[in-house]
Design a protein around this ligand. Sequence first.
Ligand SMILES: Nc1nc2c(c(=O)[nH]1)N[C@H]1C(S)=C(S)[C@@H](COP(=O)(O)O)O[C@H]1N2
Ligand SMILES: [Mo]
Length: 319
Amino acid sequence: MLIQNPPDIASSEITDEHAYLNRRQFVRGVTGTALGVVAAGLVPGTVAEAGDVGQQEIQNVKPGPFRTDEPQNSFEDITSYNNYYEFGLDKRDPSRNAHTLTTSPWTIQVDGHVAKPADYHIEDLLKGIAFEERVYRLRCVEAWSMVVPWVGFPLSTLIKRFGPTSGAKYVEFTTVLRPSEMPGVRRPVLDWPYVEGLRMDEAMHPLTILAVGLYGKTLLNQNGAPVRLVVPWKYGFKSVKSIVRMRFTSEQPRTAWNKATPNEYGFYANVNPTVDHPRWSQRSERRIGRFFRQATLMFNGYDDQVASLYNGMDLRRFY
Ligand SMILES: Nc1nc2c(c(=O)[nH]1)N[C@H]1C(S)=C(S)[C@@H](COP(=O)(O)O)O[C@H]1N2
Ligand SMILES: [Mo]
């Protein structure tokens, strides 16, 4: 892939070793010296097998807004009970297999209806970003949920820098596709790569974040290192992992799950206890780590923040 310098960042800055090393200091290397080169402090995924090995602490994380005070799931739960089908279908497969993914160097292709299309180095995208801890509920379409203390920042911060033009009505996100490092993509479970999308107002919403860490440390590969989307009022499958492309489109993106089973997984996928999945109820959920099921809330409990985005829309039709 041809790496272009983003128009507003001088090439000297990108190649300058001092600038590079300074940017690295947004994390303090816990095991960094043993790891060698680390792009923006985001750890290559080569040593993630044992759980927290290879993660780095993210510096200067401020408490963010919209924080739920419900008990947080354990680090162990969040990093060993995962959906990341590129590494296998079993909940334990991502934590077993995802260490093979190389996450450094990492570039994100930005294209479509945008003033500054380029292939951006992740360390340049993260430069000057104020990281926040966002404690969010995550509700999987499979009717389980967790509470996760993400470290991230509003997606809108980056989108504003890219300068979407009037044709940009949606954003399409694509996960890396690397068959040699992803045992799960040998099977045609989905039409790889994994693609998701948001309407522009959803993408710009202050609840929508890009996460680079959790529990104060950089993400493990099974959670979508080095950077993944988190959209807390939608079912978990919208929160696409290990993003390598953001395309600004005028048409609604064709998403991987919607292509696979359109009657089960709509484009909007807002958490909605009144619209059942064709094969099971969405009225309640099992919070991982708790014994009793609990009621599922409209928009996963974020209705005050997001209900107005869907005024006048029939949410049974636009599920
Ligand atoms: N690339 C990719 N992204 C993905 C998935 C996937 O299979 N592949 N699974 C989704 C689903 S169904 C859920 S519930 C969340 C789970 O995120 P977590 O494992 O970090 O809890 O990731 C989402 N993002
Ligand atoms: Mo999910």
